[in-house]
Design a protein around this ligand. Structure first.
Ligand SMILES: *Cc1c(COP(=O)(O)O)cnc(C)c1O
Length: 364
């Protein structure tokens, strides 16, 4: 290759992708990284040993393609989710982002529209555009909340082919009441996807959209092992829906899309679900400590049922973000004026963030 510098603009890129920006949360090797809602607790040594054992076993057959239907893993997810789900109701991919992409490949695409209530997960518009569909956005109230009536009315007006509801919502942390999901489903002419990536961080008595699945064949509920299960690096997301929906996803997935290593690691981790989830309550405590302390510092944190907190009242977001960065703490500017988002880490990481922010506020 020559040395002439070629940029994206010089390539015969699809017209509808011209000028678009890729997903780009900064990745920086800072001591305290609380910017992408990872679970910062490492997985326990005993679970690691079990996973390694299963992966070692699988390596003996790695010359063969994996089970295309990842049967054992689907059984494990059905068992983990409960709600009388069977393996026929389950799908999985390399992160729930891949599952969402497959849903949009099957149900969106050119000439179709995908709808969500902003501000919401920044990957939805990108995944939508990737399939050639158009992303449209509804609105929330000043607290980022939605009533059943307001949500359903907006969906009736938009008539989208696909609705994506994120609950608890990223980047705001806002939960959606189950009656809002029901009303949106009744108002929607097409598919309704409920992204429950953070559901395990909700109160123990919170009602999951999984309870709505019976009798609603256009509804799908996605989950991920990235957050609660501390498995972001393994890339495992999954979905519960009517078996016919799962058949639709088989039309668009790549053959053997889930590697034998991924299937083995996820299945082994699910055997240890209670151990893997043991950190969740601890993270929720840190999340609530963040909210309380932010309020004491004069910021306005929003109600969160997730593992992060969005807070307003930041006078200069770029400057506060940079000053935290300079103190070794990485959080996220999600592009909402006057607001920043921070993930709840370990107790020590959370303290490092709160102490750094307090020192910035006091002008130290
Ligand atoms: C983190 C996150 C996901 C998970 O993505 P993976 O691809 O499973 O890592 C999905 N949805 C939302 C809203 C998220 O914040």
């Amino acid at each position: 290759m020559g040395r002439v510098s070629i940029s994206l603009d010089d390539l015969p890129l699809r017209d509808d992708l011209k000028g678009k920006k890729p997903y780009g949360a900064p990745q920086a090797p800072l001591p305290v990284a609380l910017n992408v809602n990872e679970n910062t607790h490492p997985i326990p040594e005993s679970v690691i040993r079990d996973i390694v054992g299963d992966i070692t076993h699988v390596l003996g057959d790695i010359n063969r393609y994996p089970d295309r239907e990842f049967t054992t893993l689907r059984e494990s997810f059905a068992h983990y989710l409960g709600h009388d789900l069977t393996p026929d109701n389950i799908w999985a991919g390399n992160g729930s982002n891949e599952v969402l992409q497959q849903i949009l490949q099957a149900f969106a695409g050119p000439g179709r529209t995908v709808f969500g209530f902003g501000p919401t997960y920044s990957m939805y518009p990108l995944l939508t555009q990737g399939t050639g569909a158009v992303w449209t956005e509804g609105t929330r109230d000043a607290q980022f909340q939605l009533t059943a009536e307001h949500a359903a009315q907006q969906v009736r007006d938009a008539q989208p082919d696909v609705v994506i509801l994120c609950t608890p919502n990223n980047p705001t942390g806002t939960p959606l009441a189950i009656d809002v999901i029901e009303a949106v489903y009744d108002a929607a002419p097409g598919i309704v996807v409920v992204d429950e990536a953070y559901q395990e961080f909700a109160p123990h008595d919170a009602v999951s959209a999984l309870t709505l699945l019976p009798g609603r064949e256009r509804l799908m509920v996605s989950r991920t092992m990235s957050k609660a299960f501390a498995f972001a690096g393994a890339r495992v997301g999954y979905l519960a829906a009517h078996p016919a929906v799962i058949d639709a996803l088989r039309l668009v997935r790549l053959p053997y899309h889930l590697s034998a290593l991924t299937q083995a690691a996820a299945t082994a981790a699910l055997r240890h679900a209670p151990t893997m989830l043991a950190m969740v309550d601890h993270i929720v405590q840190q999340r609530d400590r963040i909210s309380t302390t932010l309020r004491e510092l004069g910021f306005t944190p929003y109600e969160s049922w997730s593992n992060f907190v969005l807070f307003g009242g930041v006078v200069d977001t770029a400057q506060t973000w940079q000053k935290l960065y300079d103190r070794g703490v990485l959080i996220r500017d999600v592009g909402i004026a006057g607001h920043l988002r921070v993930s709840a880490g370990t107790e020590a990481e959370t303290s490092a963030f709160l102490d750094a922010l307090a020192s910035i506020e006091s002008g130290l």
